[in-house]
Write a protein that binds this ligand. Structure first.
Ligand code: ZN
Length: 238
């Protein structure tokens, strides 16, 4: 019976190690997921900037078409000017040319502003591109690092699994079932009892139960929390 509780204690150590390692494994994936989310955000920002840039370029093209149209109009009007004999008509035509040229100037100023805006957008895009490249490099590096860590963890897990199986083979099947049942409620199904106190629920074990526990004839559950009690022979640290 005494050996059984030792094996069970060992099994619990193994199980706690296993869950710790599985958590570690998960944690590694979480970090990569976070980096990938950041990458997606950058891609989204860049798509937005590209959209803005395309809109500005379309606007620029429209203005250029408008300017070309006005230019042609002015050239046409200037040519007609030479054929006008009447003074009144002549000045009216001049005025028209003047107003077309004014309009053209306005468009050209607008065009310059658009060019500046386009350049600003382009430089923002370039900055984002650099960030994205850096992020992708970080992801690749982290993935490579994680892959080797996961590989190491898997090897350790395999070794521990084998040890777990060996320990299980040594255990009484009913005791194992009891352990598994309690483990559904508590990660530590087996707890030490120190100076008469259950280290799982920190409640004092009734004296008679404690005496029976120390005798080691049977494996007992804590009357309060139902965990399996283990009386540590020598307290080798917590
Ligand atoms: Zn207890």
């Amino acid at each position: 019976m005494e050996n059984q509780i030792h094996f069970l204690w060992r099994l619990q150590e193994i199980d706690l190690d296993l869950s710790r390692m599985r958590e570690q494994e998960q944690q590694l994936g979480v970090e990569i997921d976070r980096l990938k989310e950041e990458e997606e955000e950058l891609v989204g920002v860049m798509a937005g900037l590209n959209e803005q840039l395309a809109a500005k370029n379309a606007e620029r093209q429209n203005i250029q078409v408008e300017i070309e149209r006005l230019k042609a109009m002015v050239a046409d009007s200037k040519e007609k000017l030479t054929q006008i004999k009447n003074n009144k008509e002549y000045f009216a035509a001049l005025k028209e040319i003047e107003s077309s040229e004014k309009e053209m100037n306005l468009y050209e100023t607008g065009l310059l502003e658009l060019l500046e805006e386009t350049e600003a957008l382009q430089s923002q895009l370039n900055d984002q591109e650099v960030l994205l490249t850096e992020k992708r490099e970080a992801i690749a590096a982290r993935e490579a690092e994680t892959a080797s860590q996961v590989k190491g963890l898997k090897q350790e897990l395999d070794a521990i699994q084998k040890e777990r199986q060996k320990t299980i083979d040594l255990l009484d099947k009913r005791l194992l079932a009891r352990y598994d049942r309690i483990r559904r409620r508590f990660a530590n199904a087996v707890v030490s009892v120190e100076r008469g106190t259950c280290m799982g629920c920190h409640v004092n074990v009734p004296p008679q139960v404690y005496i029976n526990l120390l005798k080691g004839d049977e494996i007992l559950n804590c009357p309060n929390c139902q965990r399996i009690m283990y009386s540590v022979p020598e307290t080798d640290g917590e």
